[in-house]
Each structure stands twice: as structure tokens, then as C-alpha cells.
Design a protein. Structure first.
Length: 225
């Protein structure tokens, strides 16, 4: 998968791709991430990417021209499956959305700033708009990172144990069951006996029950879906 991210603050995006799972996915050749500084696509001396709103009002708007230049340049080099705009009024990111995007080959992610982008960008270039939740960030960059993390870990081969993404919370609309590791008894706090019984059908049944109970208690809305 190739991910091209368009931003006015590339510095905010660098280091998360240089650590942990996202770094390893790149080293394994499973993912390519390219950061594009929108200011490199401006033509004026000030490298201006935003301007005042038509009709008046507080806050600057990201201009269409540099965004057009950047997206058009990228599209001339390869086909893209999706051009995503990070925005608080987009569809809320969910495991279902992450699963869908993880199947794509090439995607562009545009990070909004200021009041957002000129509506014509959304009308003519964007194929999907994603929000990471009902709160407003100062830019789309942190949302883009969350989207990338959620998507990259689903790409086959990225996680060491192939099955571990399949047993995450939200796959199958259930939260994950409780998990334990050694020691089996810590200060008298014991691991449920079934987990050390070696009876794997029984363990599987216990996990399913616990996942259901936890979902019923914490997120009954998931069971209604
Ligand atoms: N940009 C600003 N707020 C955002 C949000 N909640 N999700 C995605 N992008 C954003």
C-alpha cells in the first residue's frame, strides 16, 4: 500500500512513521508513506496556502490551487483508489472503515487546517471524508496518523502474528475478552483457571462468553448493530 499525505506541517507527521509497527511495515516493504508539504506547490514568494473567506467571517480557508497542483501531480504518476479528506464533519472512523481502506492499493490523505479547505476541493477531488470523532483538532494531521495506524496494522504481514488483528476489539462487533500473562498468581490475584487448563475448546468458549459480557456491559450499542 502507498499512502501520500498532503499537509502544511509535515514535521508533525514524520516521527510516528519512524517507530514501532508503522516503521516495521515500511521496512518490510509492505507500506510506503510519502509526505508532501503543500507550500511546495505554491507559486508566490510567500508560499501562501490560505486566504480570507468569501462573504466574510473568522478564520482562513485553504486555497484550491496548491491542493489541485499537488493532487494532479500525484495522479499523473499513478492511479489512486481514494482521496481522503480529514475533517470533523466526515464519516466517523470505525473498524469497518479501517478494514475497507486497508484493502486499497494507493491512497491520498489531505489534512485540513484553519477553517478547512475551499468547498470546490471537496466537490472535485475528494472521494471520502473521515472524522476521528466529534471534537475539533487544530488540523487533520493527528487524525491522519490515527487513520494510518488503524489501517496499516490490518495489512497482511504487518503484524507478526497474522491472527492478532482478527481478534481485536470491534472485529465481529464485539470487544476483546480480558487477557493475562505470567505470573498466574501475583500477590494472590489469580488468572482465571480455565486459561491455564490446557482445554482449548473450553478456553475459546470462555473467551467468547467474556467478549459478549464485556460488550453488553460497556458497549451494548454494538450488539444492536
Ligand atoms: N480535523 C479537525 N478535527 C478533525 C477530526 N475530528 N477528525 C478528522 N480531522 C479533523
Amino acid at each position: 500500500m502507498r499512502i501520500d499525505i498532503i499537509t502544511v506541517v509535515p514535521d508533525l507527521l514524520k516521527s510516528p512513521f519512524e517507530a514501532s509497527i508503522m516503521k516495521r511495515s515500511i521496512e518490510k516493504g509492505l507500506v510506503e508513506v510519502h509526505l508532501h508539504n503543500l507550500r511546495d506547490y505554491t507559486t508566490d514568494n510567500y508560499k501562501q496556502v490560505d486566504d480570507y473567506q468569501f462573504g466574510g467571517g473568522a478564520g482562513m480557508v485553504m486555497m484550491i490551487e496548491p491542493i489541485d497542483k499537488c493532487i494532479t501531480q500525484l495522479k499523473s504518476e499513478r492511479d489512486y483508489d481514494e482521496v481522503i479528506y480529514m475533517t470533523p464533519d466526515g464519516e466517523t472512523l470505525s473498524q469497518t472503515v479501517a478494514n475497507q481502506i486497508s484493502l486499497q492499493e494507493n491512497i491520498i490523505i489531505l489534512c485540513g487546517h484553519y477553517k478547512g479547505v475551499d468547498q470546490r476541493v471537496r466537490d472535485h477531488f475528494i472521494t471520502r471524508e473521515i472524522s476521528i470523532g466529534d471534537y475539533v483538532l487544530s488540523g487533520g494531521e493527528l487524525g491522519a496518523l490515527i487513520l494510518c495506524d488503524a489501517v496499516i496494522r490490518l495489512i497482511p504481514g504487518v503484524l507478526g502474528n497474522e491472527t492478532s488483528a482478527l481478534t481485536d476489539s470491534f472485529q465481529d462487533n464485539l470487544l476483546a475478552p480480558p487477557i493475562y500473562t505470567r505470573p498466574a498468581d501475583y500477590k494472590g490475584w489469580k488468572v482465571p483457571e480455565v486459561l491455564t487448563s490446557g482445554n482449548f475448546p473450553k478456553i475459546e468458549q470462555w473467551r467468547e462468553e467474556q467478549a459478549y459480557l464485556r460488550t453488553q456491559e460497556r458497549r451494548p450499542d454494538l450488539l444492536e448493530e
